[in-house]
Design a protein around this ligand. Structure first.
Ligand code: NDP
Ligand code: MG
Length: 384
C-alpha cells in the first residue's frame, strides 16, 4: 500500500489530496498546516497519521491538547513541518503549502530521498537551481501537480529521445479581469479579484490569477521542471480551462491534455504515475463545451507575466526576488492596502532591492525574501 504525507493539508490542494488519497486507499503518515488546528485535528482523527505539525507555535500547543487522547505526535514550527516532510514511512510527499514557506519543506522531502508531488510552485520559482540540483543529486523525481505542468508532463510521455521538443504552450484562463482595460481596473478590489471564473483555489493563487503573475510563476516553473529555455515557453489565453497545456514538437505536431478543470486529476496522476486509475472527476461532454477559444495575452494590462519573464532571463536570485515582492504585495492587496494597477511597479521596485547572485543557498533566498519584503513596505509608505 502506498504511504504519503501531505504538507498544507488544510488548504484547497491539501483537502483535495486527502480526497484522492482516501479514494485510492492510501495510508497518510503526516499532515501539516500553518495554524488551522481545528481542521488539522479533524483530519488527524480521520486519517490517523504518525505525525502532524503546525507552523504556529500557539496553535500547535492547542492541537497537542486536542489530540492528547491519540497516538499522533504533534510538532511545531518550520522544523516540525520539515520533520513531517521527511517522515520515514512515506514514499511520496505532496507539498501543497502556499508561498515561499514551502521551500525548506521541498528541500527536506528531496533530501529524505522521497518522491515529491509538487503543488507549491513558489519553492521552485524561488529556489529553482537549488531544488532541481538537489533532486538530481538525490535521484528524486519531481512530479508536477500544477494543472498546466501536469498537462505538459502528460504530453511529454512517449517523447522521442532526439531533440524533438520545440515549444511548451501554457494555457491561461485569463482570470476574472480578462478583456478589461487598465482604466476599467482602476478601482477593482480583492473581492472582485477573488471571483475566479473556472477554478476554486486558495486566496493567494486566485489573486495571482487576476494579475496573471500566476502565469509568470508557471513560466518559471516550466523552465525548471522541463529544463527548457524561457523562450521555448509560450502563453495563450484559453477561457474555457479545458485544454490544460500543450507541447509542440519539431514536426509542428501539437499534443494537448484536456479535462474538466478539477485538480483531482493532476493530484492523482502525480501520485499514481506512470499508471492511471478511475478518478472522481466527470468526463468532458464535448458537445456541451461546443467551442474552445484561444487569445494572445494582453501583456500591457497584465504586466506581471513579463516581469517574471525578465526575472528568469536574468537568473540567479531574480525569480526569488519577484516572487517575494509579489507575496508581500498580494497580501497587502487582499488587505485593501494596495491598488490593483500599482501591483506591477511595486513588484519591480521591491525586487530591485535584492542582491545579485548567480549561485545561492536557501539562506540567501531567505535573506533576499527579508530585504525585498521590507523594500516593498517602504515603497508603499513613500506612496502614501
Ligand atoms: P491554500 O491557501 O488553500 O492552502 C495553503 C496551505 O498551506 C494551508 O494548509 C495552510 O495552512 C498552509 N500554510 C500557509 N502558510 C504556511 C506557512 N507559512 N507555513 C506552513 N504552512 C503554511 O492554498 P492552495 O491550496 O490554493 O495552494 C497551495 C499551493 O498549490 C500554492 O503554491 C499554489 O500556487 C499551488 N496551486 C494551487 C492550485 C489550486 O487549485 N488551489 C492549483 C495549482 C497550484 P492553514 O490552513 O493553517 O493556513
Ligand atoms: Mg496552474
Amino acid at each position: 500500500m502506498k504511504t504519503i504525507a501531505i504538507l498544507g493539508s488544510t488548504g484547497s490542494i491539501g483537502t483535495q489530496s486527502i480526497d484522492v488519497a482516501q479514494k485510492r486507499g492510501y495510508k497518510v503518515a503526516a499532515l501539516t498546516a500553518h495554524s488551522n488546528a481545528e481542521l488539522l485535528e479533524r483530519q488527524a482523527r480521520l486519517l490517523k497519521p504518525e505525525k502532524v505539525a503546525l507552523y504556529d507555535e500557539n496553535a500547535a500547543k492547542d492541537l497537542k491538547i486536542k489530540l492528547r487522547d491519540t497516538n499522533v505526535e504533534v510538532l511545531s514550527g518550520m522544523q516540525g513541518i520539515c520533520e513531517c516532510a521527511a517522515v520515514s514511512s512515506a514514499d511520496t510527499v505532496i507539498n501543497s503549502i502556499v508561498g515561499m514557506a514551502g521551500l525548506r519543506p521541498t528541500l527536506a522531502v528531496i533530501n529524505a530521498g522521497k518522491q515529491l508531488a509538487l503543488a507549491n510552485k513558489e519553492s521552485l520559482v524561488a529556489g529553482g537551481k537549488l531544488v532541481t540540483e538537489s533532486a538530481r543529486k538525490n535521484g528524486v523525481p519531481i512530479l508536477p501537480v500544477d494543472s498546466e505542468h501536469s498537462a505538459i508532463f502528460q504530453c511529454l510521455q512517449g517523447k522521442p529521445s532526439n531533440r524533438a521538443l520545440k515549444k511548451i504552450i501554457l494555457t491561461a484562463s485569463g482570470g476574472p479581469f480578462f478583456g478589461k482595460t487598465k482604466s476599467e481596473l482602476e478601482n477593482v478590489t480583492a473581492a472582485d479579484a477573488l471571483k475566479h471564473p473556472n477554478w476554486s483555489m486558495g486566496a493567494k493563487i486566485t489573486i495571482d490569477s487576476a494579475t496573471m503573475f500566476n502565469k509568470g510563476l508557471e513560466l518559471i516553473e516550466a523552465v525548471w521542471l522541463f529544463g527548457v529555455e524561457p523562450s521555448m515557453v509560450d502563453i495563450v489565453v484559453h477561457r474555457e480551462s479545458i485544454v490544460h497545456s500543450m507541447v509542440e514538437y519539431d514536426d509542428n505536431a501539437v499534443i494537448a491534455q484536456l479535462g474538466l478543470p478539477d485538480m483531482r486529476i493532476p493530484i492523482q496522476y502525480a501520485l499514481t504515475y506512470p499508471e492511471r486509475y478511475a478518478s472522481p472527476v466527470e468526463e468532458i461532454d464535448f458537445a456541451s463545451v461546443a467551442k474552445l477559444t484561444f487569445y494572445k495575452p494582453d501583456y500591457d494590462t497584465f504586466r506581471c507575466i513579463n516581469i517574471c519573464r525578465s526575472a528568469i532571463d536574468k537568473g540567479g536570485l531574480a525569480p526569488a526576488a519577484v516572487n517575494s515582492a509579489n507575496e508581500e504585495i498580494n497580501r497587502l492587496f487582499r488587505e485593501g492596502k494596495v491598488r490593483f494597477n500599482d501591483i506591477p511597479d511595486l513588484i519591480t521596485e521591491g525586487a530591485s532591492a535584492a542582491p545579485n547572485m548567480e549561485s545561492y543557498t536557501a539562506d540567501d533566498i531567505d535573506e533576499t525574501d527579508k530585504v525585498v519584503r521590507s523594500a516593498v513596505l517602504s515603497a508603499i509608505s513613500r506612496k502614501d
